[in-house]
Ligand binder design. Structure first.
Ligand code: SF4
Length: 192
């Protein structure tokens, strides 16, 4: 299956409709020649409504504070291919948290997507994604070093959710140093 067929089939996927109890809206953004593949956990309830990845509070922090880029650069399909473990918002648990991303999604789609894309860098967001790609490594260790997937440079980021405040308090070196290094490499690659 080539990239266009894969993308077309993915956007029509309804595998989880019964499990969710509502109509799934797969979210994926970007072209196979994108320089950066960014992989996060799953779209939020806000993204489910807007159908635009990272259009929520977490997205504002990621784009404007961490990357320090504007929407034109972030949503340029030749810059970022934006995907996730689960491509659809999975709904809420009884306690009000987002449900875990269904494993069937990344087993069905994500690894095939990655095989089609000619990127130079991966950016992984959140511990659940890190666990899939680096099951034996500690999440905090991954954040503060360069990693590799398929031989390509890979940065691991904490989740930018406002709920993650304790992690940021305990790791001030992330904002002081590590995100600056990642941002500089990313901007060099994108020539912005
Ligand atoms: S989460 Fe993934 S597998 Fe489930 S319906 Fe959405 S695209 Fe399909």
């Amino acid at each position: 299956m080539n990239f266009n067929e894969l993308s077309c089939n993915l956007k029509k996927c309804k595998i989880c409709e019964n499990k969710f109890g509502f109509k799934p809206h797969p979210i994926v953004w970007g072209d196979k020649e994108a320089k950066i593949v960014q992989i996060s956990q799953a779209p939020s309830a806000t993204v489910y409504k807007t159908q635009r990845p990272f259009s929520d509070q977490s997205g504002k922090k990621l784009k404007y504070e961490w990357y320090q880029i504007d929407d034109n650069s972030f949503y340029n399909i030749n810059n970022f291919y934006i995907t996730s473990l689960a491509h659809c918002y999975p709904g809420k648990t009884n306690s009000g948290n987002d449900k875990n991303p269904p494993a069937i999604c990344y087993k069905t789609w994500l690894f095939k997507e990655l095989n089609c894309i000619n990127n130079e860098i991966y950016i992984i967001i959140g511990s659940k994604v890190a666990k899939v790609f680096f099951p034996l490594e500690k999440f905090d260790d991954l954040i503060f070093k360069d990693n590799f997937i398929n031989g390509k440079l890979t940065f691991v980021l904490p989740h930018p959710s406002p709920l993650n405040i304790r992690w940021f308090k305990n790791h001030p070196e992330f904002m002081e140093k590590r995100i600056v290094e990642i941002r500089n490499k990313m901007k060099d690659l994108l020539n912005i």
